[in-house]
Design a binder for this molecule. Structure first.
Ligand code: F6P
Length: 536
């Protein structure tokens, strides 16, 4: 058994779980009229009701003891202090520095990064103002009408999700497009819809070596030049966001058109950096800074609040409670807000690329579950699809319901029905119902949920919500003793794809792989060659 599972705090939680076996969330409510007051909190404009969980005061105390034993407070301090807590890549983890706009210095290797962060924000403001106000024109003198962000993973999911979430604040005269997949269908669709004279391409890649992004970027550049534009005017239509100035220059993008960020910003934590350029183009720099300010307010709460009153810590601990003591293997994100429809996809990378690890910081294999599968869809759509399984399936699936009190439209009746459904689902999941002599119509209930409420989905509240999840993931990683900031698991597939790419372009059959992979490669080649022959 590992140190963690043998530890007093873990063992105490296991015993405590057994002591709760004969009760239910519904009974805990019946015993305690003030339950919701004690198990709900608000910080940075985000209200979290976590009372519909199988927890009592002892659970919270025991979980907080686990967090203290794991060194959550020390690691939190180390992250904010710029220590190299990403040990396998020997890097600091300082996305929090990107939203520290109060003039407080944050040191990386003794250097205060606040001035470079401010300088890039100022450059973003000059550029985005110029594009939005029509001072930055395409090469034929026409205003920019379309922005195409080319990036993948963290260089896509964050900006794409935020642009969707903040659509009501977006500039109507600008259409935003996101091309991430190397699947040519994505690029082909976008290129059909845009005009080279009025389109701005943002090539977003932390490393500027990602195969998909570079291929998409080259395709976009070739399309642009084929339209008759000269090489010399590429600078008016292509900008880059990266940490790799040399590769950006080698691609042919003017270094003056590069927006920099740094290796201490992880890809999936990078929307707060210049990777947020599409967001700033769409909603304006003031709104982008409000997003940063909202995240910063949650950072302060996370840094300062005691563990028992700390929202990211509480969400992390409740997640650990179900993952490690009840065998929950997945976690549902159910936003009851259409504008948050990309949030589950964004949180999949944030959580699963961070905590999808099974080796500890000291290199031992874990003997406990780590990051759950994150998934979700907006309500009420999900209710008519997979909610059946939440209510009556055999798996325990803890869920976050996210609701915004005020909508961005005037169809009040719709909003009332939407939120009625949201609240009804959490009530039904908790209470269940028992149909006498009809087991197929009975619901066990006792299915846990958090309800996360924003007054209104605006830049600041969205920033706070996202920072809440970032810090939740961090706390869980500390308790599981894994590195939440590397992603070595994606490397093998990338290497093998490069090797297969080399073979797939050759005409002859391959024998270089296992039987299955050889047949798949050869099947593709045979079909492709037959197509080529028939069109000759
Ligand atoms: O393959 C995973 C990954 O490295 C992610 O962590 C990252 O967000 C994404 O690829 C894109 O990387 P880049 O921004 O360097 O192109």
């Amino acid at each position: 058994m590992s140190n963690l599972t043998q530890s007093p705090a873990w063992q105490a939680l296991a015993a405590h779980r057994d002591s709760l076996a004969s009760t239910s969330i519904r009974e805990l409510f019946a015993q305690d009229r003030e339950r919701v007051e004690r198990f709900s909190r608000e910080a940075a404009g985000v209200y979290v009701d976590y009372s519909k969980n199988l927890i009592n005061d002892d659970t919270v105390a025991l979980l907080a003891a686990l967090a203290r034993q794991a060194g959550v407070e020390e690691q939190r301090r180390a992250m904010f202090a710029g220590e190299r807590i990403n040990v396998t890549e020997d890097r600091s983890v300082l996305h929090v520095a990107l939203r520290e706009r109060m003039g407080t210095s944050i040191l990386v290797d003794g250097e205060d990064v606040a001035p470079i962060v401010s300088a890039v924000l100022a450059k973003m403001r000059r550029f985005t103002d110029a594009v939005r106000e029509g001072a930055w024109l395409g090469h034929t003198g026409r205003a920019i009408t379309d922005v195409v962000n080319i990036g993948i993973g963290g260089s896509d999911l964050g900006p794409r999700m935020v642009c969707e979430a903040l659509k009501p604040y977006g500039r109507k005269a600008l259409t935003m497009h996101f091309v991430s997949n190397v699947d040519g269908a994505e690029m082909a669709e976008v290129l059909q819809a845009v005009d080279p004279e009025t389109t701005l391409f943002v090539i977003a890649s932390k490393t500027f070596t990602t195969r998909e992004t570079l291929l998409n970027a080259h395709t976009a550049r070739a399309w642009f030049l084929r339209s008759g534009a000269a090489e010399a005017v590429i600078a008016k239509h292509f900008v880059a966001v990266s940490t790799n100035g040399e590769a950006v220059a080698a691609f042919g993008i003017d270094p003056g058109n590069m927006f920099e960020f740094w290796d201490w910003v992880g890809g999936r934590y990078s929307l707060w950096s210049a990777i947020g350029l599409p967001i700033a183009l769409y909603v304006g720099m003031d709104a982008f800074e409000a997003l940063l300010a909202g995240a910063h307010a949650m950072d302060r709460h996370f840094a300062e609040a005691p563990l028992e009153q700390n929202l990211p810590v509480l969400l992390a601990l409740i997640g650990i409670w179900y993952t490690n003591f009840f065998g929950a293997a997945s976690h549902l994100i159910a936003p009851y807000d259409r504008y948050l429809h990309r949030l589950p996809a964004y949180l999949q990378q944030l959580d699963m690329e961070s905590n999808g690890k099974s080796v500890t910081l000291s290199g031992e294999r874990v003997d406990y579950a780590t990051g759950p599968v994150i998934w979700g869809e907006p309500g009420t759509n999900g209710q008519h699809a997979f909610f059946q399984l939440l209510h009556q399936g055999s798996a325990l699936i803890p869920a976050d319901f996210i609701a915004c009190m005020q909508p961005h439209h005037v169809l009040d009746a719709h909003h009332e029905v939407l939120l009625a459904n949201c609240f009804a689902q959490t009530e039904a999941l908790m209470n269940g119902s028992h149909a006498k002599d009809a087991p197929h119509r009975s619901f066990d209930g006792n299915r846990p949920t958090n309800t996360i409420c924003l007054d209104k989905l605006d830049p600041a509240s969205l920033g706070a919500l996202l920072a809440l999840y970032e810090h939740k993931v961090f706390v869980q990683g500390v308790i599981w003793n894994i590195n939440s900031f590397d992603q070595w698991g994606v490397e093998l597939g990338k290497r093998l794809a490069v090797a297969i790419e080399g073979e797939i372009t050759q005409p002859d059959t391959t024998g270089a792989h296992d039987g299955s992979t050889n047949v798949l490669i050869d099947r593709f080649k045979a079909r492709r060659n037959a197509r080529a022959e028939s069109t000759n």
